[in-house]
Design a protein around this ligand. Structure first.
Ligand code: HEC
Ligand code: HEC
Length: 261
């Protein structure tokens, strides 16, 4: 954890974490209403600012790494409705954690208490019987070779930018340890709720005839990913969002990786 460069960490936070944890009233990541009533219940994402009472100010960097990889917090609670970063490289993880511990305005200590969650009955059953953190022996997590476009694309899509978390058949039951073993890996179908609580199903991104990207060129894909605009001019709906912080090369690497599925 000696890497104090927060550049990549900031990019991950501003791409992914901000989607669920940003509170427009406090202008920081103090948590926000995260309703998915039908499926999950009513609850808020946590306050992840440096506040030591209501946020994560008292968590050690180790606590954070363990939580971000496996979803288990220092109290031993398992948090399911959040991407898992099991395979994020040690380098990116260190940068992410350093950013969360920095004095950036997004994570400045914000004394805001998020209401307790009210999970739906199906969710409570699922939580007690099914959802368990993966068991894992700590080992170094290295970055793939950036010159290998497919390996790099897999890293970005599976480990770093949470595409896999949403684009499988059911994001609740993903196999984070062995992502490829998840049900309908990248074949989409996972029901998500948009900001109005409407059901929006994730898209199939494999080379399968029901997938739309098979008809798209690489440039179409890159544009859609970075701007949210499909080749026919329509816009992707929430919870999909434009990954405007991805570089063109990164978007191309993801496309090349998806072509292998
Ligand atoms: C899809 C929405 C979503 C995204 C994306 C997301 N989170 Fe969360 N996060 C949540 C929710 C919801 C909770 C609280 C769950 C609960 O209370 O059971 C949470 C809880 C947490 C907690 C605190 C856990 C605790 O027990 O207090 C931390 C730390 C955290 N998230 C960090 C992050 C970071 C860092 C990122 C980006 C890398 C991120 N989250 C991305 C939804 C999200
Ligand atoms: C929070 C969940 C979530 C994340 C994270 C996510 N997606 Fe999506 N994505 C969706 C949903 C839901 C849709 C369907 C949107 C719609 O129907 O308008 C979608 C649609 C798309 C589409 C449009 C396909 C079509 O049929 O029009 C592409 C391309 C795509 N996602 C690629 C990606 C890539 C690549 C990543 C990672 C960099 C990613 N998505 C991350 C949920 C997500």
């Amino acid at each position: 954890m000696e890497n104090t460069s927060t550049i990549e960490g900031e990019r991950i936070v501003k791409t992914i974490c901000i989607r669920c944890h940003y509170n427009p009233n406090t202008l920081s990541l103090s948590g926000f209403n995260h309703a998915n009533p039908e499926r999950i219940g009513h609850f808020w994402s946590s306050n992840i600012t440096g506040d030591s009472l209501f946020g994560i100010g008292s968590w050690t960097k180790r606590d954070l790494v363990y939580f971000l990889r496996f979803g288990v917090n220092p109290d031993g609670d398992f948090v399911f409705d959040m991407p898992k970063y099991v395979h994020l490289s040690d380098q990116d993880m260190s940068s992410l954690v350093s950013f969360l511990k920095s004095d950036d305005p997004l994570v400045k200590p914000t004394p805001f208490k998020t209401p307790s969650p009210e999970y739906s009955l199906p969710m409570r059953l699922l939580m007690s019987f099914w959802l368990r953190p993966p068991s894992w022996k700590p080992k170094p997590v290295l970055e793939p070779d950036k010159t290998n476009q497919v390996a790099w694309g897999r890293y970005l899509a599976v480990a770093k930018f949470a595409c896999f978390d949403c684009h499988s058949g059911n994001s609740m039951t993903n196999n984070h340890l062995h992502p490829e073993n998840s049900w309908r890996f990248f074949e989409g179908g996972s029901p998500h709720a948009n900001e109005f609580g409407e059901k929006i199903v994730s898209a199939n991104l494999t080379q399968n005839d029901v997938s739309v990207i098979i008809n798209w060129s690489e440039n179409d894909f890159v544009r859609c990913l970075r701007t949210g605009i499909r080749p026919d001019g329509s816009t992707v709906r929430d919870p999909m969002f434009p990954f405007s912080m991805l570089t063109e090369d990164e978007a191309r690497a993801i496309y090349q990786y998806l072509l292998t599925l």
